[in-house]
Design a protein around this ligand. Structure first.
Ligand code: FE
Ligand code: CA
Length: 535
């Protein structure tokens, strides 16, 4: 057992303020219970602390909700009185209580119960509610001992056949902690949204970029304890807590939740123990996100992709393009991860998949069956082809969809044939706002526009220069708008006849109190792929 942790337990069992004779007895009791906990380790998950007392406030990481269904929602919190040092919890499981109310003041309690914060899951708590009313706002909070969490607001999805007028959501990605403040989250929390969709790079495992405004408090994580501490650092941010507390989230991951540019079981640095690292990272992700328990990792595997319906107005297909993808084509010598290539036959191989066969088949089936007016494909990165070479010839970055052109053509041809109503692709990853026409063959001017793409900027992560953006716009005519200068998020309002997407842009990501404005607004009309108006 870690000596620091032992010292901490001793401090808790016998605080220095305790009279000496009592301290000795308390320490002996602690030693006995520790010995018992070693002997009873296999039973540890059954031992529960029902009347917890904390030396400091345990709800330091806020609350969250997610995975909204017409009759249910997932509520989340984690007990972590010392969030940056493993949580600071005793080895027991802890029982806590929760309340769900129909009003902000918790006068009308709709549901209440108790739940276990399991030591094995870093004392995180997941309450999966069912039997709720559709399309309804609820408020929730948790109680452990004397401590009460912040309260969160959440909303169930509309009933499957409900003819709803509109859905308002924001989508965001890429929040490198060191490169800026999370002011975008504070503004998101004030937008009056039904839903927030986060498309990956929720944490960054590595320190990079210039002109940091703050620092990671540790080096890159490899094991479970280190990933937990990294999530705790990010989730300690009050603006991030505010956006979690204002609406339910749908989440998926990209690479930095584990390691830059990993693909499936292969690390960028070809680490032979990478699957152990991935297992630790996936578990920490699950412990900190309002995901349903179907996403509980089994070793290095976790089932994240799923679809979510919002009445007959919108269906979201939330995808996982990291866990099952083919390894990068034509990597640099003795490396995994991305490369920029001109000639690379491997890149074009038809069997290369971004989602893996099972997820591809599932998505195809979903697109064939959906009856929603708007179909949102929520994935990680820019889908449109992105030729990086000026003039004749082409060069491509292999970590994005350009590394998997056959899989992209399969998906866009499926969309062309299956004709799901109003396909919208949303993404992140590239730290730049791009709005694109998606076509089965980007090199053929006659290829039809089959879907509209909005790739959202980043919460903080540094993007390309305007010069690079202008060059890409000139080289890739299907890219119709680009903005690499502004950090923020995309705000979307879906109605039956049109969808409006606004780029919400911070004045200055380096200031926690930054103002936000709308840098551009795009309108997509029902029945017509590609935006028709921009203001
Ligand atoms: Fe990123
Ligand atoms: Ca070119």
């Amino acid at each position: 057992m870690n000596p620091k942790y032992l010292a901490e337990l001793a401090r808790r069992a016998a605080p220095p303020s305790m009279p000496r004779s009592q301290r000795r007895r308390a320490l002996l009791r602690m030693a006995a219970s520790l010995a018992a906990s070693v002997v009873l380790a296999p039973l540890a998950s059954r031992r529960t602390w029902a009347q917890p007392r904390f030396n400091s406030y345990p709800f330091t990481l806020g609350v969250a909700s997610g995975a909204p269904r017409p009759d249910g929602i997932v509520l989340w919190t984690r007990l972590a009185p010392e969030p940056f040092a493993g949580g600071g919890m005793p080895p027991e499981n802890v029982e806590l209580k929760w309340e769900l109310a129909g009003d902000q003041g918790f006068r009308n309690i709709v549901r209440a119960g108790s739940a276990t914060a399991a030591r094995a899951l870093a004392h995180s708590v997941r309450v999966e509610l069912t039997g709720l009313e559709p399309a309804r706002w609820y408020w929730y909070r948790f109680m452990a001992g004397d401590a009460v969490s912040a309260s969160g607001r959440t909303r169930t999805a509309p009933a499957a056949d409900a003819a709803i007028e509109r859905l308002r959501f924001a989508f965001a990605s890429c929040q490198q902690y060191e490169q800026g403040y999370f002011a975008a989250h504070r503004h998101m929390a004030a937008e009056d949204l039904d839903l927030i969709v986060f498309l990956g790079d929720y944490i960054y495992e590595s320190s990079w970029g210039q002109n940091h405004v703050r620092k990671h408090n540790a080096g890159a994580p490899y094991n479970l304890a280190e990933y937990r501490n990294r999530y705790a650092l990010y989730k300690s941010d009050p603006d991030l807590q505010a956006s979690h507390a204002c609406a339910p989230w749908l989440v998926t991951w990209d690479d930095h939740e584990v390691q830059n540019d990993y693909a499936n079981d292969r690390a960028e640095d070809l680490d032979p123990d990478f699957l152990a690292r991935r297992a630790a990272a996936y578990q920490a992700y699950y412990e900190h996100m309002p995901l349903a328990s179907r996403a509980l990792p089994r070793g290095p595997d976790a089932l994240l992709y799923d679809s979510y319906s919002f009445g007959e107005l919108a269906t979201f297909f939330v995808l996982d393009d990291r866990q099952y993808r083919a390894h990068h084509a034509c990597p640099r010598p003795d490396r995994g991860g991305s490369n920029v290539v001109e000639v690379c036959a491997e890149r074009l191989a038809p069997e290369r998949s971004m989602f893996g066969g099972a997820q591809e088949a599932w998505l195809r089936n979903g697109l064939a069956q959906t009856r929603a007016r708007w179909n949102v494909i929520a994935q990680q990165t820019l889908m449109a082809q992105f030729d990086r070479k000026q003039g004749p010839g082409q060069s491509f970055w292999t970590d994005g969809w350009d590394g998997y052109p056959a899989a992209r053509a399969r998906l866009l041809n499926d969309i062309a044939q299956l004709k799901p109503s109003n396909p919208l692709v949303i993404g992140g990853d590239v730290h730049c706002t791009w709005v694109a026409d998606l076509k089965p063959d980007f090199d053929d001017p006659q290829s039809p526009v089959v879907a509209t793409e909005f790739c959202g900027t980043s919460i903080t992560s540094q993007g390309p220069t305007q010069k690079q953006v202008q060059a890409a716009l000139a080289e890739n005519p299907h890219l119709r708008y680009g903005n690499g200068a502004k950090r923020g998020y995309m705000k979307v309002e879906i109605r039956r006849d049109a969808c409006t997407v606004a780029l919400r842009a911070l004045d200055n990501v380096r200031r926690a109190d930054s103002n936000i404005t709308t840098a551009a607004t795009f309108v997509v009309e029902n029945g017509r792929a590609g935006f028709v108006a921009k203001t």
